[in-house]
Design a binder for this molecule. Structure first.
Ligand code: SAM
Length: 266
């Protein structure tokens, strides 16, 4: 389906949980955030209904995200449900990979095609500081497991302050080259100020070519990461919420009051 600016909307990002086992400094306050009450979190059946409806409207690409998608119980089952939807030719996941060594093989068997993995530094102490206690080794094991399971191509998401020329980013770039993984560099965004940038090596941040909708774990379809517009699938039904989001998708992102990347995913 095309939006009013002629952009073809064929990509749905689904946040399956607002919870995360890491506390990245640019994403979450140290004390964490108020959790979405469990009864507001969409069930797998509700997520499936949105995905099936979106596929019927022309969505061909689905990415599972969060929060951290691997902390949602039953995630492998959800992947299996989504993988069977006719018309979905790309089923991917964004993950911090801390639990990926446990899940990679089952996710691949269930129909997940590929993963994007967050990796901001290869220095264990820097990684622990950025993630407030994360263990780099668990991520590296997760990356190995994803490769073995054939969740390819693996893409690494590296958040940078300004550019890919920073020392940690350069190390991640070298690691990517060595292992044959694409690396995308994402400059730290600021929601209140509406500051976002084109992702180096990726497609994000470029409003004229944006093809995305986002479904948050509490059932809101967000037409734009940098807008407060959102349409509830529980109130409107999946079809109407998706159509409204496409119709109302802003030409470009701007300042917004929320900071729901942690609930909606990047
Ligand atoms: N937990 C999963 C992961 O780590 O990939 C998925 C969700 S995470 C919020 C998605 C991406 O958003 C990550 O690559 C993360 O680094 C990025 N991110 C979060 N807050 C950001 C910010 N303020 N600026 C830039 N990137 C951000």
């Amino acid at each position: 389906m095309k939006d009013r600016f002629g952009r073809t909307i064929d990509y749905l990002r689904i946040s399956v949980t607002d919870r995360c086992d890491l506390r990245c400094v640019y994403c979450m306050p140290e004390e964490g955030v108020e959790r979405v009450p469990p009864d507001k979190i969409l069930s797998f059946e509700e997520i499936l209904e949105v995905a099936v409806t979106a596929a019927a409207m022309g969505v061909t690409k689905i990415r599972l995200t969060g929060g951290e998608p691997l902390v949602r119980r039953g995630i492998v089952h959800l992947v299996g449900m989504l993988a069977k939807i006719p018309g979905i030719s790309d089923l991917a996941m964004s993950t911090n990979a801390t639990h990926l060594s446990e899940y990679a093989a089952d996710l691949a068997t269930a129909g997940l095609m590929r993963v994007n993995i967050s990796l901001d530094s290869l220095r264990p102490e820097v990684f622990a500081n950025i993630t407030r206690g994360g263990n780099l080794d668990s991520v590296l094991s997760g990356i190995d497991a994803a490769e073995q399971a054939g969740l390819l191509p693996i893409k690494l998401n590296c958040v940078v302050k300004r550019s890919s020329d920073e020392p940690d980013a350069r190390e991640v770039a070298a690691f990517g080259r060595e292992r044959g993984f694409d690396v995308r560099f994402i400059r730290i965004m600021n929601f209140a100020r509406g500051e976002f940038y084109i992702v180096e090596g990726g497609r994000g941040g470029d409003c004229p070519s944006c093809n995305r909708l986002r479904l948050s774990s509490d059932g809101l379809v967000h037409p734009c990461l940098f807008s407060d517009l959102a349409f509830s699938v529980r109130e409107l039904g999946a079809g109407k919420a998706l159509r409204r989001a496409i119709e109302m998708k802003p030409k470009a992102g701007g300042p917004c009051t929320h900071n729901w990347i942690r609930a909606v995913g990047g």
